[in-house]
Design a binder for this molecule. Sequence first.
Ligand code: HEC
Length: 106
Amino acid sequence: MLIFGSFVFAQESFITSIEYGKMLYENPRGIGCVECHGQAGEGKRITEYYHKKKLITLQGPAINHLTFEAFAKALGENKKVMPKYYLTKSEIQAIFEYIESKNSTK
Ligand code: HEC
């Protein structure tokens, strides 16, 4: 994700902002975990909408209590709401450690 981002900005002269917008619109790889799982992985309400007159709440679950195995496994699976990221093991490790650090200071 980071590599992808810096590639695009380094090549700025070869891609217009409209093209970049199109790429993001069609393939939003950069959407942050924080948007759906909250600042410290505590979980977050994503949105609410009506489906057949019933209010549906879309919720990002808490991910601050998982083992590394469960965490990494979930990221390798196709989920219903969460996009698939294709992160490397070390990227997953880094995110996992970040969430742990956010939760150990409390
Ligand atoms: C668009 C919102 C969204 C984004 C962005 C997102 N997630 Fe999720 N995540 C979810 C939802 C919703 C679930 C529950 C499964 C489902 O319905 O997709 C989930 C499930 C998970 C789980 C499994 C939780 C469990 O209890 O098994 C983990 C771990 C996780 N996400 C980590 C991440 C990480 C790390 C990122 C960033 C790389 C991320 N998520 C980005 C919405 C999101």
